[in-house]
Design a protein around this ligand. Structure first.
Ligand code: P6P
Length: 344
């Protein structure tokens, strides 16, 4: 039996995610079951997306849908499919009052009469530029409690700092489909058995290793980084046998894949600001549905997530839905070390 905050949580490999969610709910006698219901609905959407992603190469849904999204990026057919799959399911689940998606500029309302007490922000298919080359991609989600009065959810309900998330997680569509999530009681990983269509507990109580094994950053931008970033990355590449440096470079260009590898094996991921992409002065990644959910997961697993000027990602007050933020995330010791470079 695992202990969590003095309470017993059964830890049995192979337990289904539905059972894990119910066991977790039982630890909270006051729970209404709405968060469990929300996660269960999201899991159905994940299974549907996984089936489509795994058939993409055969089902002629590779390639571009010919449109561009609000980010000005060419929308891949699978992007659209994943976005609409999550929207259609969650708008009528009764647990969500408002949503935000990486694929949509405005907030997404739910169906009248189906308003719930949580908000959902999601990146339906992150890393989708990798779809055609069969590189792992993922869905990222973040859940907050509704904070405004009235039935309808508003942007204010979505614009809450990451430390107030009640749940966060991702589904990675790779060599296997895995769901990794936290509701504030540790991080747990489930692997989909497509033959029975069920997620089974495969990675209970994930803890990020004490020291990194990898560092992940797009070094093509090295000449455009701010000096502190350049010095920190150089530090990660210096020899230091006590810490195991130099760390190997692994960069997939798919946040979920890069983060998942570092979470399991140990590593630091960076997407810092640079002087080249002046249209993205705060870096490329989004706060609400990329950096903040990953920051909750890494904190629950014993790690840390900062901006490239030393601010805690989870304490940033969002000001708009698609706001970008520079991100350094991974092992606590290595990310803490970044602070000394960015403190000026
Ligand atoms: P770059 C994918 O497009 C993404 O949003 C993240 O998943 C990934 O970490 C990043 O962009 C990669 O960006 O500039 O290195 O190609």
């Amino acid at each position: 039996m695992t202990q969590y905050k003095g309470k017993k949580m059964p830890k049995r490999l192979g337990v289904t995610i539905s059972r894990q969610i119910m066991d977790s709910q039982r630890l909270h006698p006051q729970a209404t079951g709405d968060l469990s219901g929300l996660l269960s609905e999201l899991i159905v959407a994940a299974k549907i997306i996984s089936a489509e992603v795994n058939m993409a190469g055969l089902a002629d849904i590779l390639g571009h849908a010919g449109k561009t999204n609000i980010q000005g990026e060419i929308v891949q057919k699978l992007d659209e499919f994943a976005n609409s799959t999550i929207k259609r399911r969650m708008e009528q689940c009764g647990y969500v009052c408002v949503m935000a998606s990486e694929e949509e500029e405005e907030i997404i309302p739910v169906l009248d009469g189906y308003e719930g007490k949580y908000t959902l922000a999601f990146d339906p298919l992150d890393g989708s530029s990798n779809i055609d080359v069969n590189v792992s991609i993922g869905t990222i989600f973040s859940v907050h409690r509704k904070v405004t009065g009235g039935k309808r959810g508003t942007a204010e309900d979505l614009l809450q700092k990451g430390s107030l998330q009640v749940a966060a997680g991702y589904i990675i569509y790779g060599s296997s489909t895995m769901l990794v999530y936290s509701t504030g009681e540790g991080v747990h990983g489930f692997t989909l058995d497509p033959s029975v269509g069920e997620f089974f507990l495969s990675h209970p109580d994930i803890r990020i290793p004490e020291r990194a094994k990898y560092y992940s950053v797009n070094e093509a931008y090295t000449n455009y980084w701010f000096d502190a970033t350049r010095r920190y990355v150089s530090y990660l590449k210096e020899i230091d046998h006590e810490s195991g440096r130099p760390y190997s470079l692994r960069y997939i260009g798919s946040l979920v894949a890069d983060f998942h590898r570092n979470l399991i094996s140990g590593g630091v991921f960076l997407y810092p600001r640079d002087k080249k992409n002046t249209d993205k002065p705060e870096g490329k990644l989004r706060l609400l549905y990329e950096a903040a959910p990953m920051a909750m997961l890494v904190k629950e697993a014993g790690g840390l997530a900062l901006t490239d000027d030393g601010r805690d990602i989870l304490e940033i007050e969002p000001t708009h839905l698609h706001q970008r933020v520079p991100l350094i995330i991974g092992n606590r010791k290595d990310v803490e070390m970044a602070r000394s470079f960015f403190a000026g």
